[in-house]
Design a binder for this molecule. Structure first.
Ligand SMILES: C[S@@+](CC[C@H](N)C(=O)[O-])C[C@H]1O[C@@H](n2cnc3c(N)ncnc32)[C@H](O)[C@@H]1O
Length: 412
């Protein structure tokens, strides 16, 4: 059981050197917060070895790299976003002893360093245990873990899936320390944790962050709570969702507006659902156009797992390719006939136009000249102008009180 109220020295790790890259960077966005620092301080106070620590939701690597910098090796890490995975790898490569081969930066798994006293030329050199390894939300992430550090996720469903996984797979005496910014924390989060742990103890707030300590995992039902599944007969679709997926197994109102005009989207050979979430748009298009080659891609592992389950549930598993990627970076330029786009308008907890702009720019890159991007967005956002600038002529196809659908044609 970790000690609390630890008064030791905060590790001399320079958090300010962390970058968010390749995620959106801006003067008002930084690569760590006070919660990361509190989590690191508590973890070091427990004295638990690195190979018994799992870190979940480490946005850009702050927790992992501060712990490895303090000599904790063999940490296991799960980050939902591929942008976070790449940022951790880049930060590790840039920040010295915990660095790793930047060629491994693009790899989604097995990142980690040789944090040894000497280098390969040192006669006493023996490859050390990697400083950290990356995992999906899977048993290997948590098996034998006695301490799990968690940056609280945005949604209760995501928290429920994580808390269940920790109680299900970590050591029987595991402690989960979850932290967040006070303004985003709710009592409902404690209730979710209490469904999986015997005791849930919120700590005093510090620097506008708070930790909650959940101890003594409960026995979980045999059937994990996710993925969930819902039928949508009005669209002829079944959707499946893991905890972290946008809109769960439901259909968001913006998505509904785009689905409502899907019949007008031209018949095409190469189609990309960019930021696919649970895959509603990709699945609906593929069902309507059996000849199309459809790729659904998202930067969230929970979205990708959900979209794969959705394709399976709709008999599309062999027709729709689902990829974990940042803004379609691994797809060829100028090859898509149609892009379907329901871009995000949040970066973390804040509304930020940059989130959507990144996918608009990506759509422009992916489309062939004359290809079309069909976009749905919250009407108060200035995306129409951004689409015209990045892609080409843009017309409004539908508008509801909240949402606008546009069609933009890629200029040659
Ligand atoms: C508003 S949701 C739309 C989901 C789905 N297309 C729908 O209509 O239900 C936006 C999606 O974009 C994804 N996303 C955000 N930034 C991304 C990026 N840089 N690369 C890929 N996907 C991204 C999010 O993870 C989220 O699933």
């Amino acid at each position: 059981m970790p000690t609390t109220g630890y008064c030791g020295r905060v590790p001399p790790f320079d958090f300010s050197r962390l970058r968010r890259f390749p995620d959106v960077e801006a003067p008002n966005l930084q690569g760590w917060d006070a919660t990361d620092e509190l989590l690191v301080r508590e973890a070091l106070a427990t004295g638990i070895r690195g190979d018994e620590i799992a870190v979940i939701g480490d946005e850009y690597g702050a927790i992992t790299l501060a712990l490895t910098d303090a000599g904790r090796h063999g940490i296991r890490v799960h980050q939902d976003l591929v942008t976070g995975r790449r940022a951790l790898a880049h930060n590790a490569a840039a920040l010295g002893p915990a660095g790793e081969n930047p060629d491994e930066a693009a790899s989604d798994r097995r990142v980690g360093s040789r944090h040894a006293a000497g280098g390969p030329d040192d006669p006493g050199f023996a490859p050390a245990r990697p400083a950290f390894t990356s995992h999906e939300l899977e048993p290997a992430l948590l098996a034998g873990a006695r301490l799990v550090l968690l940056q609280l996720p945005k949604s209760l469903a995501e928290l429920e899936e994580i808390a269940d996984a920790v109680a299900r797979w970590a050591a029987p005496d595991a402690t989960l320390i979850a932290g967040g910014r006070v303004k985003h924390m709710t009592l409902a989060q404690n209730d979710v944790l209490a469904r999986c742990f015997q005791t849930v103890t919120p700590q005093r707030a510090e620097r506008k962050s708070r930790l909650v300590i959940a101890a003594t995992p409960k026995r979980m039902p045999e059937q994990p709570p996710f993925p969930v599944r819902a039928e949508h007969p009005e669209f002829g679709l079944t959707l499946c969702a893991h905890g972290g997926a946008f809109a769960g197994a439901g259909i968001d109102i913006g998505t509904r507006v785009l689905l409502g005009v899907l019949a007008q989207v031209p018949t095409a050979t190469t189609v990309v659902d960019l930021g696919c979430g649970t895959g509603a748009l990709a699945a609906a298009y593929a069902l309507r156009h059996p000849e199309a080659q459809v790729t659904a891609t998202d930067r969230s592992a929970a979205a990708v797992r959900s979209a794969r389950a959705t394709m399976q549930a709709n008999g599309l598993a062999d027709r729709v390719r689902v990829m974990l990627d940042d803004a379609g970076s691994e797809l060829p330029s100028g090859a898509a006939d149609v892009v379907l786009l329901n871009p995000p308008f949040h970066l973390g907890a804040s509304v930020h136009e940059g989130a959507g702009r990144r996918l608009i720019d990506a759509a422009a890159r992916l489309l062939r000249p004359g290809g079309e991007v069909w976009t749905v967005f919250n009407s108060h956002l200035d995306h129409r102008r951004a689409l015209t600038r990045a892609v080409g002529p843009t017309e409004q196809v539908a508008r509801t009180p909240k949402f606008t659908v546009t069609r933009s044609i890629r200029r040659g």
